[in-house]
Design a binder for this molecule. Structure first.
Ligand SMILES: [Zn+2]
Length: 65
Protein backbone atom coordinates (compact mmCIF):
# COMPACT_ATOMS: atom_id res chain seq x y z
CA UNK A 1 0.00 0.00 0.00
CA UNK A 2 1.51 3.31 -0.97
CA UNK A 3 1.97 5.90 1.71
CA UNK A 4 -0.70 8.56 1.64
CA UNK A 5 -1.70 11.54 3.71
CA UNK A 6 -4.39 9.30 5.20
CA UNK A 7 -1.70 6.91 6.37
CA UNK A 8 0.02 9.73 8.23
CA UNK A 9 -3.24 10.76 9.88
CA UNK A 10 -4.41 7.27 10.68
CA UNK A 11 -1.18 6.23 12.35
CA UNK A 12 -0.53 9.68 13.78
CA UNK A 13 2.92 9.76 12.34
CA UNK A 14 5.11 12.40 13.90
CA UNK A 15 8.70 13.40 13.39
CA UNK A 16 10.90 11.16 15.53
CA UNK A 17 13.37 13.99 15.98
CA UNK A 18 11.11 16.78 17.23
CA UNK A 19 7.66 15.11 17.46
CA UNK A 20 6.44 17.71 15.01
CA UNK A 21 3.76 17.37 12.38
CA UNK A 22 4.82 15.61 9.22
CA UNK A 23 3.34 15.70 5.76
CA UNK A 24 3.76 13.74 2.60
CA UNK A 25 5.90 15.36 -0.02
CA UNK A 26 4.09 16.37 -3.18
CA UNK A 27 5.76 13.68 -5.23
CA UNK A 28 5.34 11.09 -2.45
CA UNK A 29 9.09 10.53 -2.38
CA UNK A 30 9.33 11.20 1.32
CA UNK A 31 7.74 12.46 4.51
CA UNK A 32 8.63 15.95 5.52
CA UNK A 33 8.57 17.46 8.99
CA UNK A 34 6.94 20.86 9.04
CA UNK A 35 8.91 21.91 12.13
CA UNK A 36 12.52 20.84 11.68
CA UNK A 37 12.24 20.31 7.92
CA UNK A 38 13.78 16.87 8.01
CA UNK A 39 12.73 14.68 5.14
CA UNK A 40 12.38 10.98 5.80
CA UNK A 41 12.72 8.70 2.81
CA UNK A 42 10.11 6.19 1.70
CA UNK A 43 11.59 2.91 0.62
CA UNK A 44 9.48 0.13 -0.88
CA UNK A 45 6.36 1.99 0.31
CA UNK A 46 7.67 2.00 3.87
CA UNK A 47 8.45 5.31 5.51
CA UNK A 48 11.86 5.26 7.11
CA UNK A 49 11.24 7.35 10.21
CA UNK A 50 14.79 7.23 11.47
CA UNK A 51 16.57 10.45 12.34
CA UNK A 52 19.87 9.18 10.95
CA UNK A 53 18.23 8.45 7.62
CA UNK A 54 16.61 11.83 7.25
CA UNK A 55 17.89 14.66 5.16
CA UNK A 56 17.27 18.29 5.97
CA UNK A 57 15.70 20.39 3.28
CA UNK A 58 18.07 23.01 1.99
CA UNK A 59 21.18 21.16 3.10
CA UNK A 60 23.43 19.31 0.74
CA UNK A 61 23.21 15.56 1.16
CA UNK A 62 26.21 14.14 2.89
CA UNK A 63 26.49 11.19 0.57
CA UNK A 64 25.60 10.39 -3.00
CA UNK A 65 23.26 7.53 -3.71
ZN1 LIG B 1 10.95 17.34 13.02
Amino acid sequence: MPITAEFIETFRVVCPACKGKVELKGDASGIKCTQCRRIYPIRNDIPVLIVEEATVEGEKPGKTD
